[in-house]
Design a binder for this molecule. Structure first.
Ligand SMILES: NC(=O)c1ccc[n+]([C@@H]2O[C@H](COP(=O)([O-])OP(=O)(O)OC[C@H]3O[C@@H](n4cnc5c(N)ncnc54)[C@H](O)[C@@H]3O)[C@@H](O)[C@H]2O)c1
Length: 397
C-alpha cells in the first residue's frame, strides 16, 4: 500500500480542467500506483478559483501560488499556467523539494527552459512534462512498433499539426502575445509534433535545414478577459486593436540522427482542420501513419507481408487483451477513448514512477523536453537568419 501523493495544481482553465479531471479519476482506473490527494489549486481570481476547487474536488483554492508550492504537505506541483511563468513556478517548486509536472512547451524561451533543466539537475524531485499525446494508445503503439524494429531504417518523417481557430476574428489572447507564449503555433503545436517524432522514432533531430515563420494576421482586437477557451471566443472586445507578436504558422525541414529526413508544419490557420495532429513515417520495412482526429486508429503498412496483400492496415488501438498500451485499464474492445484519457494515462504513469514502477512508455522529463525546446529555437533561428542550424553539439550554433 502506497502513501498518497499530495498534488497542488497551478492554473485552472483549459489544462487546469483537464489535469483536475485526470487527478480525480486516475486511481479508479489505475489502482496499482499511489493515489493522488488533491490538496490545492492556485489561480489568479479568488472567487473563480474557490468555485473551481469545489467543482473539481480540490481541498483548497488559493491566489497565492508561492504559498501553495512551499506548503510542506505538498509532494507534487502540477504547472498548468501560460508559458512565461513555467520557469519561475517550476524552479520555485524544485527548490522547495517537490516533484514537478509541467505543461508543454517546457517554457516560452530557450533560456527559461535551460534554467529549468539546470534546476532539475540540482533538485531532489522528479520532473515530468505533459507531452500528453505520447499517451494516445495509437502513438504509444507506434513507439513500440518502431522500437521492435518493425520499420527498420527510417527514411522519411512527415509531421503536421493543423488547427484553424486563429482567424482574424480571434482576439489578442495570451497565445498571440510573444512575451507570454514565446511563440505562436510553433510552441503551441510544433512542440507536440517535435516531441512525437523524437518519441516514436527514438531518434534525435540533428539539424534544421531551413524554415518559414509566418504571421498572417498582424493585428487583433484587444480582449477583455480570456473568453474561457483557447480562441478567446466570448471575450468582450472594444474597438481597440493590438499587434500579434507571434507566428501563425512555422514550417521546417530537418535531419534525423539515423540519417532520415523530416518535415514539420504547424499552423492555426489550416481551414478545415481542427485538431489534426499527424505524422507519417516511412522505413525500409514498413510505414506508420497517425492523425489525432481519428485517435483510436493507427495506420501500418508492412513490406514483410505477402506482396499480393501488402497494403495499409487500420489498427483499432483499443484492445487491452491484445496488448494495446493503456487499453486494459479502460473499456472493452472498440469502446474508444478520447482526449481526456491521454491526461489520465499520463497521471497514471507519473504516479507509477513516483511509486517506484516503470511507466508504460517513456515519460519526458525536463532534460528531454529541453531537447524539444532546442529544436523549436533552432527552427525559428533558421527562419529568421535564412540559414541551416546544426543541433549536433546539443545546442543551436
Ligand atoms: N498538453 C496539451 O495538449 C496542452 C493543451 C493546451 C495547453 N497546453 C499548455 O498548458 C499551459 C496552460 O494553457 P491553458 O490552455 O490551460 O491556458 P488557459 O489560459 O486556459 O489557463 C491558464 C491558467 O493559468 C492561470 N495563470 C496565468 N498566469 C498565472 C500566474 N502568473 N500565476 C498563477 N496562475 C496563472 C490563469 O488564471 C488560468 O487559470 C500552457 O503552457 C499551454 O501551452 C498544453
Amino acid at each position: 500500500m502506497h502513501d498518497p501523493i499530495n498534488v497542488a495544481l497551478l492554473g485552472s482553465k483549459f489544462m487546469g480542467r483537464s489535469h483536475s479531471n485526470a487527478w480525480s479519476k486516475v486511481a479508479r482506473f489505475f489502482p496499482d500506483g499511489p493515489a493522488p490527494a488533491m490538496r490545492a489549486v492556485a489561480a489568479r481570481d479568488a472567487e473563480a478559483v474557490a468555485s473551481f476547487a469545489r467543482t473539481w474536488g480540490w481541498e483548497q483554492g488559493s491566489t497565492d501560488w508561492r504559498a501553495v508550492v512551499e506548503d510542506a504537505a505538498v509532494d507534487l506541483v502540477d504547472v498548468a499556467t501560460p508559458n512565461h511563468v513555467h520557469a519561475e513556478q517550476a524552479i520555485a517548486a524544485l527548490e522547495a523539494g517537490k516533484h514537478v509536472a509541467c505543461e508543454k512547451p517546457l517554457a516560452g524561451t530557450l533560456a527559461d527552459a535551460e534554467a529549468m533543466a539546470e534546476a532539475a539537475e540540482r533538485a531532489p524531485g522528479r520532473t515530468f512534462v505533459w507531452y500528453s499525446y505520447r499517451r494516445v494508445p495509437a502513438v504509444a503503439l507506434a513507439h513500440r512498433l518502431v522500437a521492435s524494429g518493425a520499420l527498420g531504417r527510417i527514411y522519411h518523417v512527415r509531421a503536421a499539426y493543423l488547427q484553424s481557430w486563429a482567424g482574424p476574428e480571434a482576439p489578442l489572447v495570451w497565445r498571440f502575445q510573444g512575451d507570454i507564449a514565446g511563440s505562436g503555433a510553433h510552441g503551441d503545436l510544433g512542440a507536440h509534433i517535435i516531441d512525437a517524432v523524437r518519441f516514436v522514432t527514438g531518434e534525435e533531430i540533428t539539424g534544421v535545414e531551413g524554415a518559414i515563420e509566418q504571421t498572417f494576421i498582424e493585428e487583433r482586437a484587444l480582449a477583455e478577459g480570456t473568453g474561457g477557451e483557447i480562441a478567446g471566443a466570448g471575450a468582450g472586445t472594444g474597438g481597440a486593436k493590438g499587434r500579434s507578436t507571434v507566428d501563425d504558422a512555422v514550417l521546417f525541414l530537418a535531419r534525423l540522427s539515423g540519417g532520415g529526413v523530416a518535415s514539420f508544419e504547424s499552423t492555426r490557420l489550416a481551414t478545415g482542420y481542427h485538431n489534426a495532429n499527424r505524422f507519417e513515417i516511412h522505413g525500409e520495412k514498413g510505414a506508420l501513419r497517425f492523425d489525432f482526429e481519428r485517435m483510436n486508429e493507427l495506420g501500418f503498412y508492412s513490406k514483410e507481408a505477402e506482396p499480393a496483400v501488402q497494403g495499409w492496415t487500420t489498427i483499432d488501438v483499443t484492445r487491452g487483451g491484445d496488448g494495446h498500451p493503456y487499453a486494459a485499464a479502460w473499456w472493452p474492445d472498440s469502446h474508444g477513448l478520447g482526449y481526456e484519457h491521454t491526461f489520465i494515462n499520463q497521471a497514471a504513469d507519473i504516479l507509477a514512477v513516483l511509486g517506484g514502477r516503470a511507466p508504460q512508455v517513456p515519460l519526458p522529463d525536463f532534460a528531454d523536453a529541453l531537447r524539444t525546446q532546442r529544436v523549436l529555437h533552432a527552427a525559428v533561428e533558421s527562419a529568421r537568419h535564412r540559414t541551416p542550424i546544426s543541433l549536433n553539439e546539443g545546442r543551436p550554433r
